[in-house]
Design a protein around this ligand. Structure first.
Ligand SMILES: Cc1cc2nc3c(=O)[nH]c(=O)nc-3n(C[C@H](O)[C@H](O)[C@H](O)COP(=O)(O)O)c2cc1C
Length: 300
């Protein structure tokens, strides 16, 4: 494992969620010590580098004492992505770089970005090798799905990535792009096949892992190095700290997010955003929902 990150850091990671991970949410989670390692949502590089100030602002909420930050980038131009890594390194903003090869949004998949890259193994390998050749010491990982059309594509994709010998670890969301976020079965079997294909490349498992117990069980069963939880973590935000979530935990995160937004960022959540946040943390049947909806109607 190169630089700054150790296998220990990777045991439990909050999954990136673009659009959902607001600065206030991230800062609240840091204040409550809910994770030791973040992976940022993707920053997309299409034509040119982002300004230093934008990159700094993007990553700032994640940075906290004793918390590692893996900076995720997305794009289809190997040289541009490598320049982005130089910039992130120069600004000393992250402990590692992750390549997004999994996002299923149509908006990003044009030009084989995000999940679209899974259709072009050669492109993924060129991105990895360009960055690695320019940055021999950077901790470089990829986050993939199991395939574009179908999960069997992992049989080609994973060995090709492993053969580069240029990645420090691999995060695998156990669905294909076509499976979007649909319910699936056989997570364990999928993870085991991924492991069989991954050789000795450290592996982080992702997909529907809704408790620490389940995550650690998969790690043991599959012989992986860690697990990542995104949507379920929001509904069980103390998941990495203890086994059972309580309603008090959720209340604490919810109120801390709103407090930070209002008092520290001077950017209070709108009623619509409060509804969205309460939904994410408590589910739609939540103590705030009816009240917020009433307020929302009155404000229209
Ligand atoms: C709203 C939303 C935004 C997401 N944004 C990203 C992203 O920026 N980068 C990424 O690699 N994955 C992203 N993901 C995928 C998650 O990180 C994760 O792989 C997926 O939700 C499956 O894990 P889960 O079952 O623990 O949620 C996103 C998922 C959601 C629901």
């Amino acid at each position: 494992m190169r630089k700054n990150l150790t296998i220990n850091d990777l045991q439990m990671i909050v999954g990136p969620m673009e659009g959902v991970m607001t600065p206030a949410l991230i800062m609240a989670a840091n204040r409550l010590h809910l994770t030791k390692c973040w992976m940022t949502p993707f920053l997309r590089y299409s034509q040119e580098l982002c300004k230093d100030s934008l990159v700094r602002k993007f990553v700032a909420p994640f940075i906290a004492e004793n918390v590692k930050v893996i900076f995720q980038i997305m794009g289809n131009d190997p040289k541009l992505l490598s320049q982005a890594v130089s910039q992130i390194q120069k600004l000393q903003l992250a402990d590692g770089i992750n390549l997004n090869f999994g996002c299923p949004s149509k908006r990003v998949m044009s030009g084989n970005c995000g999940g679209g890259a899974l259709r072009d193994i050669d492109l993924m390998c060129r991105i990895i090798s360009t960055i690695r050749n320019d940055h021999p010491d950077v901790n470089l990982s990829a986050k993939i799905r199991l395939g574009y059309e179908k999960i069997e594509e992992m049989e080609q994709i994973i060995p090709a990535l492993v053969e580069t010998k240029m990645l420090d670890f691999l995060v695998v969301h156990c669905r294909s792009v076509r499976e979007k976020y649909d319910p699936i079965e056989g997570h364990s079997e999928r993870f085991k096949r991924v492991k069989a294909l991954s050789d000795d490349l450290p592996l982080i498992l992702n997909g529907d892992i809704d408790s620490r117990r389940k995550g650690l069980q998969y790690i043991n069963e599959v012989n992986a190095q860690g697990f990542m939880s995104a949507r379920p973590w929001l509904a069980n935000p103390f998941m990495f700290v203890r086994d059972e979530a309580t309603d008090d935990d959720k209340e604490l995160l919810y109120s801390t997010v709103l407090e930070i937004a209002e008092k520290e960022l001077n950017f209070p959540y709108s009623i619509g955003k409060k509804i969205e946040l309460s939904n994410l943390i408590f589910g739609s049947n939540n103590p705030y929902f009816d009240e917020l909806k009433k307020l929302h109607k009155q404000s229209l």
